[in-house]
Each structure stands twice: as structure tokens, then as C-alpha cells.
Design a binder for this molecule. Structure first.
Ligand code: MN
Length: 241
């Protein structure tokens, strides 16, 4: 049985649906994992039946979640139930040493849940940046470079200190949680990837590897493949197959 991977979900603006982009499902299937949908409101005890957790993209966290006043967070993009669900899932998954992959909002979810903070609006807080972090090109186009730092899991799987990524975010991680390491930055200094401490696989990326993976980008495919391998190992270690 391939590993079961829980994926968090985005609530529609009208509040009537929780959904997930097909690209995540395709990238995960390509890597050999089985997707399990985690609607908002899911409680963390579901993790005892899963082997890995993917925090997906989406809107802004309420700044109260990391004890800051609003400095550019889009109120209309906040879903309190999603914030709560993801924070609980992340903290419980960390306690279980479960592999986690945070994508876009997901790297921010890892930061918020584990004690970091966010840049709430890049255009206001990093006005000097000349990098376009909210691209107008299609999601599967890589539009800016990032420097991958070593030693890191990301460098090991990328095999290169410079890769190109897509960019569809107006927020970013400001301070990583204690024990975490910044493992990739854009030329303007913005954090594009971080990894957790120790042997647990916890990786957050600010770009959308699921869109690049489906378009054939090898590094993005390897991120999913490595994550699924880690989830398989977690499953074997904790459940003896
Ligand atoms: Mn970016």
C-alpha cells in the first residue's frame, strides 16, 4: 500500500465548498502517494491513519495568529476555520515526527503554527524589491531564480545552487520558527524555502512545485518524490508496513 498523504483544503469565497487544485493530486500521484482530502474542521486525530501531510496554497493567515497587527493582510482572504485546522494538524504532525511539505500558504502555515511570523504584504514591506513575486504568466512558468543554500535537503535533491521557480504570493515568511533553517532565498532576500530541525522531514517552499512538476520540472518532481519516500519510511517505521 503506497503512503496515505493528507492534503489541506481551501474554502471557497462563498464559504460553501472546500476544494483542492488538481495539480496537487496529479503531482502526488506521479510521485506514488495516495491523496486523502482533509476538509477544514478535520481534527488532528486523523493523523494516526496517515503517513504524511501536505499544507496547500491559499489565502492569508489572520495576523493575530502570530500576534501582529494587520499590516497588509487581506481580510477577505482569511478563513479562521482553515487557520485553526492547519495549526492543529501541523502541531500534532510535528509531535508524531510525520513528514510535512508546506507549499506557498503551506510554508507560511508551518511558520505560523510553530512560532514564526509573516511578511503581510511584500509590496509594502519590501518596497525596494524588483522581483515579481506575483507573476502574471501562467502557473506552470518559472519566472524568478532562487539561491539554494547548503547543506540542505533541498540542495541535495536540486543538485544545484540556483533554480528557477514560479511565484504566486503576496506574503512570505518573515522569521522562521526556532530550530528551522532558511534553505532558499530570492535575490531580494525573501525566504523561498525552509526546513525543520533534526531528522524529521519538514520542508516549506514558497513556490508551487505541483504546477511545475506536472509541467515536467525535475526539481519539483523530486520534491514530491522525496516527500513520498519519507512518508513511506515513516509508515514503515511507525506501523511496520
Ligand atoms: Mn517568489
Amino acid at each position: 500500500m503506497p503512503p496515505l498523504i493528507g492534503l489541506t483544503m481551501a474554502r471557497s469565497a462563498d464559504g460553501l465548498r472546500d476544494g483542492i487544485s488538481v495539480a496537487y493530486l496529479n503531482a502526488l500521484r506521479q510521485a506514488g502517494g495516495i491523496a486523502v482530502a482533509l476538509p477544514n474542521g478535520t481534527t488532528a486525530n486523523v493523523l494516526t491513519r496517515l503517513d504524511g501531510l501536505i499544507l496547500t496554497g491559499g489565502g492569508d493567515f489572520a495576523p493575530e495568529r502570530y500576534a501582529r497587527p494587520n499590516r497588509g493582510t487581506k481580510d477577505e482572504a482569511i478563513c479562521p476555520e482553515r487557520d485553526q485546522t492547519e495549526i492543529e494538524l501541523i502541531r500534532a504532525a510535528q509531535a508524531l515526527h510525520m513528514p510535512m511539505l508546506g507549499i506557498c500558504r503551506g510554508i507560511q502555515a508551518l511558520a505560523v503554527a510553530l512560532g514564526g511570523t509573516l511578511i503581510q504584504d511584500i509590496s509594502q514591506e519590501m518596497a525596494g524589491s524588483d522581483i515579481v513575486h506575483y507573476q502574471t504568466k501562467g502557473r506552470s512558468s518559472a519566472t524568478h531564480g532562487i539561491d539554494v543554500l547548503r547543506p540542505s535537503r533541498l540542495f541535495d535533491l536540486a543538485g544545484s545552487a540556483e533554480i528557477r521557480v514560479n511565484s504566486l504570493h503576496h506574503q512570505a515568511v518573515e522569521f522562521v520558527p526556532e530550530g528551522f533553517t532558511v534553505v532558499a532565498t530570492a535575490e531580494d532576500g525573501l525566504i523561498e524555502a525552509m526546513e525543520g530541525p533534526g531528522r524529521d522531514f519538514v520542508m516549506g517552499v514558497q513556490w508551487h512545485p505541483e504546477d511545475l512538476a506536472v509541467a515536467g520540472d525535475v526539481v519539483s518532481q523530486r520534491i514530491f518524490a522525496t516527500f513520498v519516500t519519507q512518508a513511506s519510511m515513516f509508515k514503515t517505521d511507525t506501523r511496520r508496513g
